[in-house]
Design a protein around this ligand. Structure first.
Ligand code: NAP
Length: 245
C-alpha cells in the first residue's frame, strides 16, 4: 500500500485530499499543526470507513516540530511514496507592497516557503526509498509572475504582495527541486487547487474542496510517464492545466 504525508490536512483542501487518496487506497499520514484537530479529522475519516489514516502532528513553521514528526514517522516506516506540501496561509488581505511589513512577509514565508523547504528536506530520505516518489507543492495561480504582471489577469490589481511573493518563491523552489531530482523516478510539481471556498478566503472561493482535492491527488498519483517540474492550474487552463510561471 502506498503512503502519503499531507501537511495541513486537518481541514479544508488538505483534508479533502486525504479523503480522496484514502478512497484511492493510499495509507494517509494526516499532518496537523495541533494534535487535537488532527485526531478529530482522522476520526471523521474513519467514521466514513476510511481507516488507513494516522495523525502526525507537524507545525511546518517550527523546525523542531518538523524534526519530531520526521522521527515519529521514521519509527513507523522506511518508505514514503508521496509528500504533499499543502499547509499554507494568506497572512490576511490587503497586503499593499508599500504597506505590508517585513514581519508579515516573514510570518507567511515561515509556513509557505521555509516550511516547505524544512519538510521536504526532512522527509526526502524516506521518499528516496520509494520506487515512484511524488512531491506536490500546493501553490496558487497568484504565484505566477507572468499572470501577476498581466493587466488582463483578474489578480492584476490584487494587493497580495506577501502571499503572492511566497507562492512565487515556492514555485522557484519547485523548479529547483525538480531539476535536482531530474535523473531519478521523482515527479515534483506545483499545483494550483483553484479558488475554492475554505476558511482561507472566508469561503468566498467559487470552487469546491472536492475539485481542489482531485486536482492535487492527480499529481500525487502520477504514472512514470507523468510530468515533472510543471506548474498547473486547471482553473486557468482547463485543457492542459499548464500556466506560466
Ligand atoms: P485553510 O482552510 O486555511 O487550511 C490551511 C491548513 O493549513 C490548515 O490545516 C492549517 O492548520 C494548516 N496550516 C497553516 N499553517 C500551518 C503550519 N505552520 N503548520 C502546519 N499546518 C499549517 O486553507 P486551504 O484553502 O485549505 O489552503 C490549502 C493550501 O491551498 C494552501 O497552501 C493555500 O495557499 C492553497 N491555495 C488555496 C486556495 C483557496 O482558494 N482556498 C487557492 C490557491 C491555493 P490549522 O487548522 O491549525 O490552522
Amino acid at each position: 500500500m502506498k503512503s502519503v504525508l499531507i501537511t495541513g490536512a486537518n481541514k479544508s483542501i488538505g483534508f479533502e485530499t486525504a479523503r480522496q487518496l484514502l478512497q484511492q487506497g493510499y495509507h494517509v499520514y494526516l499532518g496537523s499543526r495541533t494534535l487535537e484537530n488532527g485526531l478529530k479529522a482522522a476520526e471523521q475519516l474513519k467514521s466514513e470507513g476510511l481507516t488507513e489514516v494516522e495523525t502526525l502532528q507537524i507545525d511546518v513553521s517550527d523546525s523542531a516540530s518538523v524534526k519530531a514528526a520526521r522521527a515519529e514517522l521514521g519509527n513507523k516506516i522506511n518508505v514514503l511514496d508521496v509528500l504533499i506540501n499543502n499547509a499554507g496561509m494568506s497572512g490576511g488581505m490587503p497586503q499593499a507592497a508599500l504597506e505590508a511589513s517585513s514581519e508579515a512577509f516573514r510570518r507567511v514565508f515561515d509556513t509557505n516557503v521555509f516550511g516547505v523547504v524544512d519538510v521536504t528536506q526532512a522527509f526526502i530520505d524516506l521518499l528516496r526509498n520509494s520506487p515512484a516518489p511524488r512531491i506536490v507543492n500546493v501553490s496558487s495561480s497568484q504565484g505566477s509572475l507572468t499572470l501577476a504582471n498581466d493587466p488582463a489577469n483578474k489578480y492584476y490589481r490584487h494587493k497580495g504582495s506577501v502571499y503572492q511573493s511566497s507562492k512565487a518563491a515556492l514555485n522557484m523552489y519547485t523548479i529547483q527541486l525538480a531539476y535536482e531530482l531530474r535523473d531519478t523516478p521523482f515527479k515534483v510539481n506545483a499545483v494550483d487547487p483553484g479558488f475554492v471556498a475554505t476558511d482561507f478566503n472566508n469561503h468566498r472561493g467559487t470552487g469546491t474542496v472536492q475539485e481542489a482535492g482531485t486536482r492535487i491527488a492527480k499529481y500525487a498519483m502520477l504514472n512514470a510517464d507523468g510530468p515533472t517540474g510543471t506548474f498547473v492550474s486547471e482553473e486557468h487552463n482547463p485543457e492542459t492545466g499548464e500556466i506560466p510561471w
